[in-house]
Ligand binder design. Structure first.
Ligand code: PMP
Length: 308
């Protein structure tokens, strides 16, 4: 993966090679950071790069920073402006991925969230698929449990919390699965290592509620809207048992990085026909049109980088 040319660092755009921290940095030692992940989609007809729902992403990002007691004076709109300047400087004209990161930057010893100073950085790089098998993934229910709201809140995109995701993901991959789904402490489905989960049972779409230790995904929110308003589906937010996933007619993972991934097998059980289901297929086609700015009704989700 090629590195970016520039980064937003210490309140200005600098060459990426200058955006460095020391090994004693608090966030690096104790996982006291918040990150985000936003996609940009190149629209070749319009020669425009559209960033997908950046205001909503930075809203969640800034909310997550509050969980760690970070105080920033930036508004979401100001951060989006910094991002646009960075992408213009980077001169990207292809699909890309934006990585905002806030972390406690002090080079000190001491586990705490007070008397420490946060720093905001942003980088952006060309990006393709996050999961190879978007059209048909084999997932496993992990033996690792999802971090609980009273342990490390999954609602916040906290860097240290992603050790939980990494444990589940690597065990799944090394056992031959494409992705892991984690159960929460009470045994219900929470989410994938970096994706929210949807299943279809008896013709209804079901997804775990935000109180089941999930990240409140922007893609999850977009999909609920598209399923209800464009595909006319009923979408229910309720706790899901593990075996409901085994019996689902269709299931899919959604996230900024993963986009929409059809789950076609779970723990060596075929879902439906064993191929991507028709609802997943329709939603996928629609989503890719929406994110590239091709659906006028959802054009407000697409933030143009150039010519502003
Ligand atoms: N859950 C987890 C654990 C994630 O890391 C992500 C990716 N950010 C998601 C869900 C999906 O969130 P979003 O749609 O906002 O990218």
């Amino acid at each position: 993966m090629a590195l970016p040319k520039y980064a937003f660092f210490q309140n200005k755009i600098v060459p990426y090679s200058e955006a460095k921290v020391g090994i004693l940095t608090h966030g690096l030692n104790y996982g006291t950071g918040i990150f985000g992940g936003i996609r940009g989609y190149w629209n070749d007809e319009e020669k425009q790069l559209f960033i997908f729902r950046p205001i909503d992403h930075f809203q969640r990002f800034l909310e997550s920073t509050r969980l760690l007691r970070m105080e920033f004076s930036y508004t979401r709109e100001e951060v989006v402006q910094k991002l646009i300047e960075l992408i213009q400087k980077e001169d990207l004209h292809e699909d890309c991925y934006v990585r905002p990161l806030a972390f406690y930057a002090d080079e000190i010893i001491g586990v705490r969230l007070h008397n420490v100073t946060p720093m905001l950085t942003i980088s952006v790089l060309p990006f393709g698929r996050y999961l190879e098998k978007e059209e048909g993934a084999h997932v496993t229910i992990s033996s690792w449990r999802r971090i609980d709201d009273n342990v490390i809140p999954a609602r916040g995109k906290i860097t240290g919390g992603y050790v939980n995701s990494a444990l589940a993901k690597t065990d799944a991959n090394l056992s031959g699965f494409d992705e892991a789904i984690l159960l929460n402490q009470d045994g219900h489905i929470s989410e994938g290592s970096a994706e929210n989960v949807f299943i279809m049972r008896k013709g209804k779409i079901v997804t775990p509620p935000v109180t089941d230790n999930i990240l409140e995904g922007i893609t999850r929110n977009s999909m609920i809207t598209l399923l209800r308003d464009e595909l006319g589906m009923e979408v229910v937010e309720r706790s899901i048992d593990r075996t409901e996933v085994y019996l689902a007619e269709e299931a899919f993972l959604v996230a900024t990085g993963a986009q929409i991934v059809a789950i076609t097998r779970v723990d060596h059980r075929k879902l439906g026909s064993g191929l991507m289901g028709p609802v997943t297929q329709k939603l996928r086609d629609l989503y890719f049109d929406v994110v590239r700015g091709r659906v006028p009704k959802y054009r407000q989700w697409c933030y143009p980088v150039y010519g502003k």
